[in-house]
Write a protein that binds this ligand. Sequence first.
Ligand SMILES: Nc1nc2c(ncn2[C@@H]2O[C@H](COP(=O)(O)OP(=O)(O)OP(=O)(O)O)[C@@H](O)[C@H]2O)c(=O)[nH]1
Length: 479
Amino acid sequence: MNNARGRAILMSSALASLPRPHVIRRSQSATAGAAPRSVRVVVLGVGGVGKTAMAVRFITKRFIGDYDPTLETIYRHTTVVDDELVNFEIMDTAGQEENSLMLEDKCKWGESFVFVYDVTDKYSFDELTRLKFIASYTHSRLRVNFTPCWILVGNKSDLAENERMVSTEEGRQLAKDLGCHMFREISVRESVHESGEVFEDLWREFSRLSPRSPSSSQRRKFSYRIQDKIPVLNSNASTCASEALKNLGVNEGISTLTHTLKKQCSAPGFTFSTRTSKESLYNDSNNNNHSDDMYDNARDIARIPEADDEDSDPATPPPDYGKPMRSRRNAVVSGSLTTKPPTFPRARRKALCKAVSVDNVFNHLDENSTTASDTTTPLSSSSTSSSTTSLNGSINPSTNSSDKLKTNDSMRVRSSSDAGQNQSDPKKAVSRNPEDLVSIYQDHCRRHRARRCESVKFKRPFNPMPAVPLTSTYEVGGF
Ligand SMILES: Nc1nc2c(ncn2[C@@H]2O[C@H](COP(=O)(O)OP(=O)(O)OP(=O)(O)O)[C@@H](O)[C@H]2O)c(=O)[nH]1
């Protein structure tokens, strides 16, 4: 009996001397089962200073070597800072955006701000005074229960030795003059950790300044306008999207997709964020080209007849693809490729809202080829990741699209009275061959990119996709 007691005492003292297990301490709300605390960060700076590179480095630890001007993107990334789970929402703004009203909207959305300049570019340094003024002024007019954190970052310090135009001292002085809480000089290219440290320091300072998170009603108030327009990427979205496209045998678009991660998927109908409403965009005088593109692409793919569409037959009711989606607001990106188009007026929404798999396209082809009618039957031909199994292994990823069907006309199915004509006209015939669908899809990618590049708003140089499948210069992944 005494022996047993002695052993128990020995064991408990041995256990007590063991190191305590590392416990991730969460904020009170997190332990209570609620979401981790979060902060919304807006990264501002002129084009090419490395905003996207910095955000992607923080999230993926990888460096983007190429430059592709950003459209807007919001990244969601959850990580542990000082034993606390933090959810970062990082808005990577377009450095070439010149619309200051849009900028005000973004500033209202943000809770903390990172101002980035390039140490080899004096202009990017000087511009920050204006950007900081807009951000400060916008925030001073809001009634919010938090204090934003401001950080000034000088990037590309690896080039400083030969090309520096802004000294470290000047950077520090500007941070002081602008009332920034911190100043950092970093090289996103050379250092894996410096980018992360910027965001981690920002979180520390923000949680010191504002121990309580901004209320959700406050957040919602500023979210709707912005998040309806800007795609949201969860930090594993790019991998899923690339995989889905690869499984479909579509190489084209993958490099854009992974390259940007950031930037919107160039494939028409494939949108990362589906919270875009055509009506709301149209009502907003600041926005036009982007919404037009999204609308046109979705319409092109689904072939929804328009009143002013030459080929459309107004008497033909839109096809019923099932129950329309109720609320786009709930359709936040969940990290996978989605083909849900933007919200349209009810009649079009009915036709557009259901993502149609490649299998369904084949079914439609079967149905329509047996229907005797003189009308053009609209078809939807976008593909979801769920459809990939049917094509797995059956598509050669290195298919050259140049000798495949090219025009959008091939997306239509004519009635049986046209069938003979279609057979003689390869452009109008619809092949059951999945490779043809891939080439049609690739063609859409190309046209979409061209249209977007022509957009005056974003001032993007025209850079058509080569017909040869691209190999990415780097890989984004590891989320
Ligand atoms: N040498 C060097 N190049 C960098 C560094 N950070 C980014 N770059 C390069 O700078 C270029 C622009 O980077 P981005 O991250 O696309 O710039 P951005 O500020 O997002 O530009 P916009 O999208 O136009 O707003 C890319 O070619 C990057 O590879 C760095 O620390 N050192």
